[in-house]
Design a protein around this ligand. Structure first.
Ligand SMILES: [Zn+2]
Ligand SMILES: [Zn+2]
Length: 176
């Protein structure tokens, strides 16, 4: 039996875009922002032929503001006011993932996370993620490319789809 004696090199192909909020937004700016986000997510729902219910809007606004993957539990923490029950939020996340409004992923810890990828984020659909095994924090990574350290991929893997999953400890956990 042939041995798999090649090593993977994971090579970043583009810099990671950062969302930098370098000003303290006034209440007006914040209200305008939230108004825009709400109409944006309403349009996303309508484009799918889905009714823009208060609960769906709340879930999408939460994910929009997070600008990264969130678990059901994390979404519930944000929607903490007691207006939304766990089961309906589960249902909403599942429906939105099924119709492609959200991407759904398991980053290796068997927890489903959901991410909203919309025009506000300069990152491609298929970007990989880093999961911190210490605090459970997740960061979006720039697009990565998988290749064998000594050249081309074995023929069996050409045309394969890779789902890159990166784990370790984030800077905060590593220095604790
Ligand atoms: Zn951490
Ligand atoms: Zn991401």
């Amino acid at each position: 039996m042939e041995s798999w004696n090649f090593l993977w090199a994971i090579v970043p192909v583009a810099p990671l875009p950062h969302r930098v909020l370098d000003f303290a937004p006034s209440e007006d700016t914040l209200a305008t922002h939230m108004h825009e986000v709400r109409s944006e997510v309403r349009a996303l729902l309508h484009a799918q032929g889905m009714r823009a219910t208060a609960a769906r809007i709340a879930v999408l606004v939460t994910l929009h503001e997070q600008a990264g993957p969130m678990s059901h539990e994390q979404v519930m923490e944000v929607l903490s006011e007691g207006h939304y029950d766990k089961a309906s939020v589960w249902r909403i996340l599942a429906d939105l993932a099924d119709c492609g409004v959200l991407s759904r992923m398991d980053l290796g810890d068997r927890i489903w996370r959901y991410e909203l990828l919309d025009a506000c984020r300069a990152i491609t659909d298929d970007h990989p993620h880093f999961l911190c095994e210490g605090c459970g924090g997740v960061s979006c990574l720039p697009p990565l490319e998988v290749r064998a350290r000594d050249g081309a991929l074995p023929a069996a893997l050409q045309g394969a789809n890779f789902r890159v999953c990166v784990m370790g400890h984030c800077a905060t956990c590593a220095s604790a």
